[in-house]
Ligand binder design. Sequence first.
Ligand code: XMP
Length: 515
Amino acid sequence: MITKQKIIVIDYGSQYTQLIARRIREQKVFCKVYPFNKINKKILNDKTISGFILSGGPNSVKEKNSPKFDNKILDLNIPILGICYGLQLICKEFKGKIGQSRSREYGHSIIKVKKQSLLFDKIKHKNQVWMSHGDHIEIEPNGFVVTSLSNDKVISSIENKNKNIFGLQFHPEVHHSLEGKKILSNFLFKICNIKSKFKLEDFLKIKINNLRKELKDKKVICGLSGGVDSTVTSFLLYKAIKKNLFCIFVDHGLLRLNESLEVENIFKKKFGKNFIKVNASQIFLKNLIKIKDPEKKRKIIGKTFIEVFEKEAKKINGVQYLAQGTLYPDIIESIPFFGGPTAKIKSHHNVGGLPKRMKLKIVEPLKELFKDEVRNLGKQLKINSELLNRHPFPGPGLAIRIPGEVDKKKIDILQKVDNIYIKFLRDNLIYNKIWQAFPVLLPVKSVGVMGDERTYSYAVSLRAVTSVDGMTADFYMFNKTQLTEISKRIISQVKEVNRVLFDFTSKPPGTIEWE
Ligand code: XMP
């Protein structure tokens, strides 16, 4: 058991469900997300549940096949907060009336509190909130009172104090709802009476104990990439099982300048003989010859990685477990309401095929955590902060930042450019304001002039984005002085490049990586 009290978020397909979970975790309360159709007896029997939050969703409760409210949760007499679709489900369940507007109310709105409510304790009478709904309540359900109205006189919240059931038409989890955090905090601490906070120090102790019990004297292998997730996974496991952990670092030759050596230095010190580095760059490069298609590149890199890793792992006798740095957002099941499974944009590089092939059990010690929590856990494990705050780096590495054919020469050029660019960001204290920054080596050459000489060299494009989770992103806007300096440094120090472009595409419509 990780905490004595938790909140269950029931997902009805909202794009904001993960955001609700994050907002709860930010207040140091443990929570779990389940799709509405996966709420079973085992979950309902969990005595540590202190409250339910019903998410929004893209459907209308009036549609025949829309997700239904499971009224078994009412028998538990535990506080419930419905948000948007969740509120409408409550309204329907208690025989209120739902109306359908012709157009969606979307964006900022002002609500006025009409009746004192614990949910609105210590928040202003008039509040800016974020709305995104088509349906609305026309007549409040039996036993409920209206506690706030929007400027357009739409019912924006209801409650049944006796039953401890609350509903909000707006989205408190979205930061445009200015008092959203306080409203959620009121629900957690004043209504659900959460006293037991989720502390990472406790998590660490409990996790280490549990890992010791689960793994006993079994051998575990862990693939290291030098990224945050695999690093924290390995440090945590090391604390629990010490010499039974074996870390394999496959250097595919597609890393940043000097990164392979840096990774080796850090981990050799920590794990000694149990750190195994495989220099496989020749194999990867050979397999990538003449490959231009981005998906083919990704598949080849993934497959080669598995082959190299497997070969190395087999050299260690008696391994039974494979450790993976899976995080909570990776395992939250999403509901494909939008007409079937979401279209696959890119096949991500992972080691998903390995455990089955090698008949290994999986251990995923971070699977309850969000990224910011993993970074904090890393701090407690005394991992170097520069490593913990590194920008994300994709599994297929620089290969997907070199559109077209990849070869050693191009990798060398891109490594030099990347090094100059990232150093500039660090030196000017911009690095931590950006979610991810990198250059892309374009498969074009152009004419330039340096001194009196004509040049005919490569062009690079600079990417820099801000984001919360990589799902959407905004391009970061440098000022002219900064762009001038970056471009000057790159062109003067990397003779193979004579043109620097800046990529000002957000996601969507672009993706963060070019391939
Ligand atoms: P995109 O390009 O899809 O990237 O907007 C979103 C985030 O995911 C990272 N990324 C990957 N990470 N394996 C990874 O571990 C991959 O195959 C992979 N492809 C993209 C990307 O760097 C960005 O942070």
